[in-house]
Every structure is written in C-alpha cells, then in structure tokens.
Write a protein that binds this ligand. Structure first.
Ligand SMILES: Cc1cc2nc3c(=O)[nH]c(=O)nc-3n(C[C@H](O)[C@H](O)[C@H](O)COP(=O)(O)O)c2cc1C
Length: 303
C-alpha cells in the first residue's frame, strides 16, 4: 500500500489532501457527511479580530468552469472561533490550519498571538490575498509589507506559519521570496483571481461587491503555472490549490512542486470529493508502482 503521508515544516499529515479556506466553514457541515479524520487537514474560514457579516447577497455567482465570490470575510471572530469552532475540530485526527485575515499587520499579529496558546491550531495560514477587502491586497502585492507581516506573526506564533499568496500581483515569485525571507515555513497558492460577471437584463454586476474572486477549474492552469514558478524560486514547501476537482489535478500540482493540496470550489459540487481523491490517488500510486505521494513532488520533466 503506497504511503500517502507528507510532512510540511515538521508537521505530519496523514495524506496530502486538505480542504481550502472559506469553502467548508469550520468543518461542522462536512463532518455530517464524512469523518474529518480522513482528511490530511482542514483549513478554516478566514478569522478576523471581530466577527464580520461580510458583503450583502448576492455574493456568489456561477461562471464558465468556475464561480465568483465576494463573501467579504464573513466569520465568527477570533473569540468565538477559539471557544466553539476550534473545540469542535479538536476531536478529529486531522491537522487544523487556522486561516487568519486582517485589515492591518497588527490584526494578523493579534489573532496569531491569541492562537499561540491553542495547541490544536497546528499551523496558521495568513490570508494576505483576499481580493474582496481593501486592505488584503495592500500586503498581498507588496514584498516589503508581506515580509514584515510574516516576520511579526512569527514572533508571536510558536508553530509553523503558512503565507497564502495572491495571483493578483505582477510578480508572485517576488512575493513568495519575501514571505520566505520573513520566515514563512510554507507557502500556499493560489487565492482567487479578481473577476466580474454582469447581468445583461438589469445592467448590474452579478455581485453586490461589483467584482469578486474567481475560483474553480477555470483557474487551474494559472495556479499550476504559479506553483511551477514559485517551486523553482524558494526552498520552503508549497501547498497548491486552485481548481482541483479530482486526483489527476492533484498529481499535476504535486509534479509542479506542491507537497500537499487544498480542495475548495469542488466541495460545493461534491462535498466528499477529498475522500474520493484520497482513494483515487492511492490507486494511481499503486498502478504506477510508486511507494509514496512524496515521490511525485517536483518531478515534472519540463522542457
Ligand atoms: C466561497 C469562497 C470563499 C472563500 N473564502 C476564503 C477565505 O475566507 N480565506 C481565504 O484565504 N480564501 C478563501 N477562498 C479562496 C479559496 O480558499 C481558494 O484559494 C480558491 O477558491 C482557489 O481554490 P479552488 O479553485 O479549489 O476553490 C474562498 C473561496 C470561495 C470559493
């Protein structure tokens, strides 16, 4: 039986299949459908200092091979998250990655400091890249700001820190290097691409935020190219995401350099997709006489 386990910054994952932030809340609904212990890890919805309602509906729209969202970081806030949501996740044998978002560096630091004592928060993922709130992009697109933010969070959070990168930048490699320079233990990429859809009957944008973030199969080629480029430029492990819906997509990401992957939009179509992917990945490895998922990482034979 091939070994699916992977390690990222000293943290062991039972398999490389994680769920993506914002697409499975805090795991409660998914837990009604399958045992979360079957996942390599779960990444929570972005948590902010105070609870947020997010943008008014409509805040999602379907597009060709994908979807747009402008949820606006709706979440319960760090206090309730620690009291209720993290406690719920404690009972599963899976890694818990808490995604953190803020309007300024100080807010990332404040939340990370609160999570420092919660040993069940195995890692944190810094959402520098949310295209739907103004401040997010300021850090996502500026290497100096990104490096500073990672460095300050690292001072207060004793376990590994992942920086989540935005594709909406001129040079993602520069941001990746800056986050690594600031002490990021791993990088995840990509967040959504800024996009828009228009209702031709009302002449209105389909989202109240006017623009939103594009995700799903439509973004996979962009995500793969970015993982491929960043893998060649940094030493820290990468977590790849963007449009993954089956095991073949996962293999592509691993070959391009991702050590693990996250499944996002696919959960809305097939909530148990990650479980099926774990099984199919194991079969793929067996069929190809590979002893572990790790053997695929970065093995792309590029021209
Ligand atoms: C409805 C929705 C909400 C999301 N919310 C967050 C969020 O709160 N924080 C975050 O870092 N990413 C968020 N994302 C981005 C996803 O985590 C992921 O980076 C992106 O959707 C690409 O992966 P996918 O194509 O597999 O969905 C959200 C995506 C969707 C579709």
């Amino acid at each position: 039986m091939p070994d699916l386990a992977v390690e990222i910054a000293g943290v062991k994952f039972n398999n490389p299949i994680l769920t993506a932030s914002g697409t499975c809340g805090y795991g409660e609904e998914l837990a009604e459908l399958f045992d979360l212990s079957q996942l390599g890890g779960i990444v929570t919805k972005s948590i902010t200092v105070r609870p947020r309602e997010g943008h008014p509906p409509p805040r999602t729209a379907e597009t060709a091979s994908g979807m747009l969202n402008a949820i606006g970081l709706a979440n319960v806030g760090v206090d309730k998250f620690i009291e209720e949501k993290l406690k719920f996740l404690e009972k599963f044998d899976t890694r818990v990655i808490v995604n953190v978002a803020g309007a300024k560096v100080q807010e990332y630091v404040e939340i990370s400091a609160r999570l420092a004592d919660c040993s069940r928060a195995d890692m944190i993922e810094l959402n520098f890249s949310c295209p739907n709130v103004e401040a997010g992009m300021a850090i996502a697109g500026d290497p100096i700001a990104a490096e500073k933010a990672v460095r300050e969070v690292k001072r207060v959070f004793p376990r590994p820190v992942i920086a989540k990168l935005s594709p909406n930048v001129t040079d993602i490699v520069a941001i990746a290097r800056a986050c690594e320079g600031g002490g990021a233990d791993a990088l995840s990429l990509i967040n959504t691409l800024v996009g828009m859809a228009v209702d031709i009957e009302t002449f209105r944008p389909c989202l109240t935020n006017n623009t939103g973030g594009l995700s799903g199969p439509a973004v996979k080629p962009v995500a793969l190219a970015m993982v491929y480029k960043v893998y060649k430029a940094v030493k820290v492990p990468l977590i790849g995401l963007g449009g993954i819906s089956n095991y073949k997509d996962v293999v592509e990401f691993l070959l391009c350099g991702a050590t693990a992957v996250q499944i996002g939009t696919a959960l809305f179509i097939e909530p148990d997709a990650p479980i099926k992917i774990v099984k199919d990945l194991r079969n793929y490895l067996t069929k190809n006489k590979l002893g572990s998922a790790r053997e695929l990482v970065g093995q792309l034979r590029s021209y």
